[in-house]
Design a protein around this ligand. Sequence first.
Ligand code: CIR
Length: 269
Amino acid sequence: MASVRVDQKRKALVRRVPESFTNALAYYFGSGPTDVEVARAQHQAYIAALEANGVQVHALEADDRHPDCIFVEDQAVVIDGKMLLPHPGHPSRVAEQPPIAEFLMSELEGVQTCRMGGEARMDGGDIIRLGDLFFVGRSSRTNDLGIASLRSLLEDFGHELRVIDIPSHALHLTSISSTPTDSTILVPEGYLSPEAFGELPSGCELLWMPEEEAYGCNTIGLPNGKVLVAKGYPTVHATLRARGLELVEVEMSEIRAADGSLTCCSIFY
Ligand code: CIR
């Protein structure tokens, strides 16, 4: 989940791969997963990598009625002890939310929870956080009413929100960017303009990657200072290593086939 700072990533919620995973939505990076057992093995390795690097993981059971249910990031947004339950932007994904919301409400006892109403739409995958500065993608899944709802939550904390228009050849903001550290944003050429993020706080930098490594720009900064990355993106890896970061690589091919990236598969809380 891209809405918590690196130092806040102690616990994560994931959801197991359903038998129906081959029916997951796939229009961007992938043309659909073909092998559920391989996807399960990759997902298990992802969980193991989080656990080996300081994250306590809870896995919810899969729900075969929801092929995209592993992509929990889209379903709940936890920010500094408060929770926003977005109305997911794709109708087929709306019913994935209740067990996720129920689990988080019991884990975060008494958490202040806002639900999105009316025509507001948002996928959690449209949010990234750089320290206490937030960016949200206006995308095919996230509309202005959804953004207004996020903005009102962030105003309670005094956190700034900047809106970025996501081009039609990308699904979410997290599909094409991430913050491997609280001072670094990875972003591919060919998707966003250099001005899209605005002026960054001092000491922060935008790292532009080649367009063909767009998928590799989604990473997870781990609480022990290492960075979880997808296998196979040499410029992303070399750029992060050159900044002294140690990488943990996981194979994501079958999850990418469903347009899912590393951050999509967890909610940190
Ligand atoms: C979907 O289209 O909704 C899923 N197949 C992929 C969701 C990926 N989630 C994310 O980027 N946060």
